[in-house]
Design a protein around this ligand. Structure first.
Ligand code: DP6
Length: 363
């Protein structure tokens, strides 16, 4: 329950200091699209945690003599003051204040940078909000060093969700499930959990090459898209389908059945975009090159039998997924046939990762 995340002890918080965290992005296999109030997802989702695409955040904190009415913080992104991000951060701080009641007593200097190129069209809210949540929670941990690692990660995921839903899947583990799921003990709408069942080695070191078809801003934000699932004519069926796909994935992960994995992952990606095309107002985020890439992948898979597939987030970029055993063939195919469809030939070679890491700030 939410109230379990409110600190109950009387803690003595530090006067000042600096903490740092690096949090990865993630790519959903079963998509979160549609939400209820307070960042509760309309359906459960599951994602691969990424490795190379990440946000590094440092938080410098200094206790003030008196609590301020408004949150006192500065935000710098890639070395420059970025005031346009401040309202989003202020909203986030407001949402998590009940769970980190010391926030108004500090002046915070937040300094963030992304490993992936700025405005590459890659969702930075997941890694960004996860890294910030981890830094803020680290401040509580300094006052309460007895907090277990498990409790720390669970609360970090809980807080990150309040910043951006998908951010709760960017904390710990390589395959993360978020959303209450009947029969999956420990699952919750409030935070992500490491997938608790067996996963076949076929999924170890899985690759995600992100093809940057369009590097600019999306025409419709995810928040607007989520909102359009309210009253959407296909919403109930879609939410049910997500549950079914998660159920189907269980034996697929266990047995390493790549063919069935591909069928679910690609269908999820296209369903996500189908929801956008059938909402009111309707919109399309895929671009002609998105479709060119998808068709090329299908053709290559048909001709060679390679276990390669695609997924999409809420944009035009294509995530190309393939197992370690197919790496050489796939990279060659991507370079020869797909990179031509990327904006300025840009793409990111990523793979499944292990989750967020604390950055040492002792030097
Ligand atoms: C298509 O997590 O960005 O990437 O909770 O409003 O911040 P907010 O939305 P966000 O939505 C992500 C949508 C998605 C699918 C997914 O990651 O599951």
């Amino acid at each position: 329950m939410e109230k379990d995340f409110v600190p109950t002890q009387n803690l003595v918080y530090p006067l000042e200091g600096t903490v740092g965290w690096k949090a990865p992005s993630n790519i959903a296999l079963v998509k979160y699209w549609g939400k209820k109030p307070h960042q509760i997802p309309a359906n459960p989702s599951i994602s691969f945690t990424l490795d190379a695409s990440a946000t590094r955040t440092f938080l410098k904190f200094r206790r003030m003599d008196e609590a301020k009415e408004a949150f006192s913080f500065d935000f710098r992104f890639e070395g420059k003051a970025k005031d346009s991000f401040k309202p989003k951060i202020a909203t986030f701080l407001g949402r998590i204040e009940t769970y980190l009641p010391f926030l108004r007593h500090y002046h915070l200097e937040i300094e963030s940078s992304n490993s992936f190129p700025h405005s590459s069209g890659i969702a930075s809210s997941a890694s960004g909000m996860a890294a910030l949540a981890l830094c803020l929670l680290e401040l509580e941990r300094l006052a309460n060093p007895e907090m277990t690692l498990e409790d720390f990660k669970q609360k970090a995921s809980f807080l990150a969700r309040l910043g951006s839903g998908s951010a709760c899947r960017s904390i710990g583990g390589s395959l993360i499930q978020w959303g209450s799921t009947p029969g999956l003990s420990g699952s919750s709408d409030l935070y992500g959990i490491p997938y608790p069942y067996e996963v076949h080695p076929n999924f170890n070191n899985f690759h995600d090459t992100i093809l940057l078809v369009h590097k600019g801003q999306k025409t419709v934000s995810s928040s607007v898209g989520h909102g359009l699932m309210k009253g959407h004519p296909f919403a109930d069926n879609r939410f049910q389908q997500a549950h079914e796909n998660l159920k189907k994935l269980r034996p697929i992960f266990k047995e390493g059945d790549l063919e069935s994995f591909i069928a679910i992952v690609e269908s999820e990606a296209l369903t996500l975009h189908a929801m956008m095309m059938t909402s009111q107002p309707y919109f399309i985020l895929m671009l002609p090159n998105t479709l060119e890439i998808i068709n090329r992948i299908w053709q290559f898979r048909k001709e060679t039998g390679t276990a390669i597939c695609f997924t999409l987030d809420a944009g035009a970029n294509v995530h190309v997924l393939y197992p370690e055993s197919e790496k050489t063939k796939c990279i060659q195919f991507i370079q020869n046939e797909l990179v031509a469809y990327c904006e300025n030939g840009h793409y990111i070679c990523d793979r499944i990762g292990k989750g967020a890491q604390r950055i040492s700030t002792s030097l």
